[in-house]
Design a protein around this ligand. Structure first.
Ligand code: ADP
Length: 153
């Protein structure tokens, strides 16, 4: 089953929105298979945001992402990568659709509450970047046995 990485960013931690955001993933029917509070190092952020290293705001994002611990979450589900990106909304929170995390809760580009892997290939790199193998679990959920089973594929 597909897995993806989500980070609840420092602005959401500061604003007391951890539960609100986690609840949105749970009520959607996604399975939490990894969850922890984590202080990010410079090294992990250099890797994680390497695609933005030439941007003027790169040093600011790194400072921001180190300003509090973040919540790292590994979610599992059928087509979970795209589903979670849809739930998060586009990068600029001010323009993100209502009903999404960024659209409902944010007013900033940088402080946009969450990170979510943008493709299956990225998720396959990002999940092990933030979780050791023994920090990820596997269990059968009602979504696996009943909900997914009802769809024709
Ligand atoms: P996304 O997180 O939506 O996949 P990107 O990978 O393009 O977006 O950017 C990573 C993060 O860098 C964003 O989530 C946001 O926190 C920050 N960021 C992107 N663009 C800007 C910008 N123009 N100014 C400040 N921060 C930005």
């Amino acid at each position: 089953m597909e897995r993806t990485l989500v980070l609840i960013k420092p602005d959401a931690v500061q604003r007391g929105l951890i539960g609100n955001i986690l609840n949105r993933f749970e009520r959607k029917g996604l399975k939490v298979v990894g969850l922890k509070l984590m202080e990010l190092s410079d090294e992990i952020l250099d890797d994680h945001y390497s695609h933005l290293s030439d941007k003027p705001f790169f040093p600011r994002i790194k400072l921001f992402m180190r300003s509090t611990p973040v919540i790292a979450i590994c979610l599992e589900g059928f087509e979970v990568v795209d589903t979670v990106r849809t739930l998060c909304g586009i990068t600029n929170s001010r323009e993100a659709a209502s009903g999404t995390i960024r659209g409902d809760l944010g007013m900033s580009i940088q402080c946009n509450l969450v990170h979510a892997s943008d493709s299956i290939e990225t998720a396959e790199v990002e999940v092990p970047r933030f979780f050791a193998a023994d920090e990820l679990t596997d269990y059968e959920s009602v979504t696996d046995t009943v909900i997914y089973a009802s769809d024709e594929r």
